[in-house]
Design a binder for this molecule. Structure first.
Ligand code: B3K
Ligand code: ZN
Length: 849
C-alpha cells in the first residue's frame, strides 16, 4: 500500500461512473475487531459513460478475497481502493473484507458506540465498509443480511427474514451508498404507527439503549407531525412499511437520513422535560422533520456529486424551517433563523473559509457541510419562492418530484424546473450558487413632490479565489410607513438586478419611513445611515415583525459600538424603545424575549472590524455587560411584574406558547440577576420543575460570577445523564469570566467525565470555549494554545470533528497583531503536526489563506 497525497477534486471534472449496478447484496458477520463483510454486486456498462478504469473505493478495509463471475482475481490495492481488469459486458463482483468497528474512532463507516454497532456513511464512509463505487450517482437496490448474537439487527428498507442470530433486510428503493445504514445492539423500541395518504400503514420505531426509553414520546409525535405536514404541504408520502430511528451517543453530526433507518445523535432525539430545554425540544422536532423530509429531497432525488450538496441540504433546511414556522409561528422562527445566519454564515462568508453555496473544489467534502451550504442554501430557496410566488413554487416542486424521482440531480436540474414552470430566466439567479460572500446593499433615499425614491447599490467583497463579483438578483421586500405609524405602502418586493438601482413610490402625502428587507427577504447586509429616532420608531411601530425586531437589533449594535469606542452610555430612546416592547402584553412573549436579547460579542467584534477598528474582546465583553446593567436598571420597575406574569404553571409542555413565556421570563431573569445579585435566579434554580427553568437559572448565576453551589448540586443531580452533563460542561465555560474561562476549560478536561473521544463532550468544552469570545481571545494566547493542543490530540482519532472545530480560528485576521500572532502560531503548530489528517490540513490551509 502507498500513501496518496490529499487530492483536490473539481466540479468541472465530473464524469459518470462507467458501470451501473443492478443489485447489491451484503452479508455482515459482526465482531468488534474482525467484522467480515461479504459483498456481491452486479455491474453492467453505463451507456452514459465513455468507459474508464474499474476502480472501487475502499479505505481501512482488508481484502480477504475477490472474484469476478466466480473466478478468483488479484486486484491492485492501494490505501484508497482497488482496480482490476473486468469483462466487457455485465459481470458479478464478489469480495470478502475484514474491518474493525471497535477501533474505528473516526465514527465514519461501521463503528461501535456504547456497545452497539452503527454506521455513518455520508459523505464517503461506505468505502470503510467494503469496496464499492462510493459516489452518490451510483444508485442500487440493497439486500443486507446481518449476523450477530445481539438482539436487535437493523438495516435499510423492509425486514424480509429473521431468525436466530440473523436478520435480512431489503430496500426496494435504489440508493447511493451514503444512505446505507446498519445498527446492531441491545436496544428498546418505542413504537407507533402512521397511515399515509396513500393508505400505507407505517410502523414507526425509535430505538434507544435501555434506560432511555422514557425519552422517545416527543420524537414520535414530532415524526408523525412531519409525515403529515409533508403530505399536506408538498404532497410527499412515505414509501416503506417501516421507519426506524436509532439514538447513538457517539456521532459526528446531528443526525442522518439513511433510507428507512435514520440514525440520530442522541442529543437530537432523546427528550424529556426534566432533561431537555425548550430549545432542545424545538431543535429535536426540527431535526426529526429535517431527516424525514430528506426521504424525498435527498433520498428519492439525490445529488449527482457532492458539489450539489446544497440541492438536498438547502432545500431540506428550507422545508424544515417552513415546518417549524407552521408549528410554532413564522415571525419568531424567521428571526431565529436570521440570528443564526448572521452569526455563523455571515461570519463564514466574510472570512477565509468563504465558499459558494455550490463549491467548485474540495479536498475533504466533510469540510463543506457548512452553514453556507445549509443555511445560505436554504435562503436561496426562500428567495426563489419569493421571486416566483407561492403558486409557481408549488408547480415547480411538483415538476421536480415527478421529473427527477430516482435521479441523482444537479442545481441545473433544479433551476430548470423553475424556468419551465414559470417561464423565468434564472441565469442571473444562478450566481447565488456560484459567488461566495455576502452582498452589501447600501441604501440612500429622497423625497420630492410626493415621490419617494430609494437608491440601492450592491457590492460583494472579494472572497478566496473570487476577486470580481457580478451583481446578483436580490428580492428586497419594502414597506413604507407614515409618520403616525399607519401603512403608506404595503410590502412589495423590489427586484434588484443591477449594481445600482432606484425604485420610486409616487403619490405620497409626506415623506414616509421605509421598512427595508422585511422578513429578511434576502441574505444580505443592509447598510443605511439612519438616525436613532428612525430606528426607535420602527422598533415601536413597524408592522413587519422581523424588521421591528431588527430595528431594535440595529440600535443595540450601534449602542454597543458607542460604548466600546467612546464609553457613551445607551441613549434614552433605545432604552425607552425596549421598555415599550417589553410592557406591551399584546406582543408574543417569544418575540419580546428576542427583542430583549443582545447581539453576540462576536457580532460586535465583526461590526468594529468592518468599521476599520481592531476589536478588543475584553472591552467588548465589558461593554456588553455594562449595557445589560444599564438595561436592567432602566427596566427595573417592570421586570418583577413581567417575570411573574411569565411563569408557566401546571404540567410541562414544550409548545410554542408555553416556551415563549418561559423564554421571556428567563430573559427577564438575566436582567434581574444584574440587580439582585442572583437572588431570584437562585430561587428559580431551587424550585425549577423542568430543565428549561433549571438551566436558565444556572446560566444567570454563572454569568454574574455566582453559582458555585449550583455547579456541585447540578453535578450531583445529573452526573449519570450524559446529555445533561454536556450542558454542565458547556455552561460553566460559556459563562466563565474572561480571565478564568481557559482555566475553567482546562480543569474540566481533567474531569473524570471528560471523554474527549465523544464528539458531544468534546464540543461541550471546546465549542463553549470558542464561543466565549473574551475568554478564548484572552491576551495571553492561552485559549489558542489549549484549543490547538486538543485539536492535535483529537485529529488522529476523529479528523472530521477536529477539522470542523478549527473554524474557531477563522476570524484571526480581525484582531490586533498579538492575537493574530497567537492564532497563527496555534494554526502553524496544527499544520506542522506529523500525520495531520487531510481534513484538518485543508481547514488550516484555508484559514491561513
Ligand atoms: N446529511 C447529514 C449530514 C451528514 C454529515 C456528514 N459529514 C445530516 C443532514 O443534513 O440531514
Ligand atoms: Zn440534511
Amino acid at each position: 500500500m502507498k500513501d496518496a497525497a490529499p487530492q483536490t477534486i473539481f466540479l468541472a471534472d465530473y464524469t459518470p461512473f462507467p458501470w451501473l449496478i443492478d443489485a447489491v447484496s451484503l452479508e455482515f458477520h459482526l465482531s468488534p475487531d474482525k467484522t467480515r463483510v461479504i459483498s456481491k454486486i452486479v455491474f453492467r456498462p453505463n451507456p452514459a459513460s465513455k468507459g474508464g478504469e474499474f476502480f472501487l473505493h475502499g479505505e481501512h478495509v482488508t481484502l480477504i478475497w475477490a472474484k469476478i463471475d466466480g473466478a478468483t482475481i488479484t486486484p491492485t490495492v492501494t490505501d484508497k481502493g482497488l482496480t482490476c481488469a473486468v469483462p466487457d459486458g455485465a459481470f458479478t463482483w464478489e469480495a470478502e473484507v475484514e474491518i474493525a468497528p471497535a477501533t474505528n474512532t473516526a465514527l465514519e463507516g461501521l463503528y461501535m458506540s456504547s456497545g452497539m454497532y452503527c454506521t455513518q456513511c455520508e459523505a464517503e464512509g461506505f468505502r470503510r465498509i467494503t469496496y464499492y463505487p462510493d459516489r452518490p450517482d451510483v444508485m442500487a437496490v440493497f439486500t443486507v443480511r446481518v449476523e450477530s448474537a445481539l438482539p436487535v439487527l437493523l438495516s435499510n428498507g423492509d425486514l424480509v427474514a429473521q431468525g436466530d442470530g440473523f436478520a435480512q433486510w431489503h430496500d426496494p428503493w435504489p440508493k447511493p451508498a451514503y444512505l446505507f445504514a446498519l445498527v446492531a445492539g441491545d436496544l428498546i423500541a418505542t413504537s407507533d404507527n402512521f397511515t399515509t395518504m396513500e393508505g400505507r400503514n407505517v410502523a414507526l420505531n425509535i430505538w434507544v439503549r435501555p434506560g432511555d426509553e422514557g425519552k422517545c414520546a416527543f420524537g414520535l409525535e414530532a415524526l408523525k407531525s412531519a409525515m403529515a405536514w409533508d403530505e399536506q404541504v408538498y404532497g410527499c408520502a412515505y414509501d416503506l412499511d417501516i421507519f426506524n430511528i436509532v439514538a447513538v451517543d457517539d456521532f459526528n453530526a446531528g443526525a442522518m437520513e439513511n433510507k428507512g433507518l435514520n440514525i440520530f445523535n442522541s442529543a437530537l432525539i432523546l427528550a424529556s422535560p426534566a432533561t431537555s430545554t425548550d430549545r432542545d425540544f424545538e431543535r429535536i422536532e426540527a431535526v426529526i422533520a429535517h431527516e424525514y423530509f430528506h426521504n424525498w429531497t435527498g433520498n428519492r432525488i439525490t445529488c449527482r456529486d457532492w458539489f450539489q450538496l446544497c440541492l438536498k441540504e438547502g432545500l431540506t433546511v428550507f422545508r424544515d424551517q417552513q415546518f417549524t414556522g407552521d408549528m410554532r409561528g413564522h415571525a419568531v422562527k424567521r428571526i431565529e433563523d436570521a440570528i443564526l445566519l448572521r452569526a455563523r454564515q455571515f461570519r463564514e462568508d466574510n472570512g477565509p473559509l468563504a465558499h459558494p453555496v455550490r463549491p467548485e473544489s474540495f479536498v475533504e467534502i466533510n469540510n463543506f457541510y457548512t452553514v453556507t451550504v445549509y443555511e445560505k442554501g436554504a435562503e436561496l430557496i426562500g428567495m426563489l419562492k419569493r421571486l416566483v410566488g407561492d403558486d409557481a413554487y408549488a408547480r415547480a416542486l411538483d415538476l421536480y418530484f415527478t421529473r427527477h424521482d430516482g435521479d441523482a440531480a444537479t442545481i441545473e436540474d433544479w433551476l430548470a424546473v423553475f424556468t419551465e414552470a414559470t417561464g423565468r430566466d434564472l441565469t442571473q439567479f444562478k450566481r447565488w450558487y456560484a459567488q461566495a460572500g455576502t452582498p452589501r446593499v447600501t441604501v440612500l433615499d429622497d423625497f420630492k413632490d410626493g415621490t419617494y425614491t430609494i437608491h440601492f447599490e450592491q457590492k460583494t467583497n472579494p472572497t478566496p479565489g473570487q476577486d470580481e463579483k457580478l451583481p446578483q438578483v436580490i428580492p428586497i421586500a419594502v414597506g413604507l410607513l407614515n409618520p403616525d405609524g399607519s401603512e403608506a405602502v404595503a410590502t412589495r418586493i423590489l427586484e434588484m438586478t443591477q449594481d445600482r438601482q432606484s425604485f420610486a413610490f409616487t403619490g405620497l402625502d409626506s415623506r414616509p419611513i421605509p421598512s427595508i428587507l422585511r422578513d429578511f427577504s434576502a441574505p444580505v447586509i443592509l447598510e443605511r445611515d439612519t438616525t436613532m429616532n428612525e430606528r426607535a420608531f420602527l422598533l415601536a411601530r413597524d408592522t413587519d415583525p422581523f424588521n421591528r425586531w431588527d430595528a431594535g437589533r440595529e440600535l443595540a449594535r450601534a449602542v454597543l459600538r458607542g460604548i466600546v469606542t467612546a464609553g457613551t452610555p445607551a441613549p434614552r430612546a433605545y432604552l425607552d424603545g425596549l421598555a415599550a416592547v417589553l410592557r406591551d402584553d399584546s406582543l408574543d412573549p417569544a418575540f419580546r424575549a428576542l427583542v430583549l436579547s443582545l447581539p453576540s460579542e462576536d457580532d460586535t467584534a465583526q461590526a468594529l472590524s468592518e468599521a476599520g477598528q481592531t476589536p478588543d474582546p475584553l472591552a467588548i465583553y465589558h461593554a456588553h455587560e455594562a449595557l445589560r446593567v444599564q438595561i436592567a436598571q432602566h427596566l427595573q420597575d417592570m421586570l418583577p411584574r413581567i417575570y411573574a406574569q411569565n411563569q408557566v404553571g401546571g404540567p410541562y409542555s414544550p409548545d410554542a406558547v408555553a416556551a415563549g413565556k418561559r423564554a421571556l421570563g428567563n430573559a427577564v431573569l438575566a436582567y434581574l440577576a444584574r440587580l439582585d445579585g442572583g437572588m431570584q435566579a437562585a430561587q428559580q434554580y431551587d424550585s425549577a420543575a423542568n430543565m428549561t427553568q433549571q438551566l436558565a437559572a444556572f446560566s444567570c448565576l454563572l454569568a454574574i460570577g455566582k453559582g458555585v453551589d449550583q455547579v456541585q448540586a447540578f453535578y450531583d443531580q445529573w452526573q449519570d445523564d450524559r446529555l445533561v452533563m454536556d450542558k454542565w460542561f458547556a455552561l460553566q465555560i460559556a459563562n466563565a469570566a474572561p480571565e478564568v474561562a481557559v482555566q475553567t476549560a482546562k480543569a474540566l478536561t481533567q474531569h473524570a467525565l471528560f471523554d474527549w473521544r465523544n464528539p458531544n463532550r468534546f464540543r461541550s468544552v471546546f465549542g463553549a470555549l470558542a464561543g466565549n469570545a473574551a475568554g478564548f481571545h484572552v491576551a495571553s494566547g492561552a485559549g489558542y494554545d489549549l484549543l490547538a493542543d486538543w485539536l492535535i490530540r483529537l485529529d488522529p482519532a476523529n479528523p472530521q470533528t477536529a477539522a470542523r472545530m478549527t473554524a474557531a480560528f477563522e476570524t484571526w485576521r480581525r484582531y490586533g497583531p498579538d492575537r493574530q500572532a497567537g492564532m497563527r502560531t496555534a494554526l502553524d503548530r496544527i499544520r506542522q503536526t506529523k500525520g495531520l489528517s487531510p481534513d484538518t490540513g485543508e481547514m488550516v490551509a484555508r484559514i491561513l489563506g
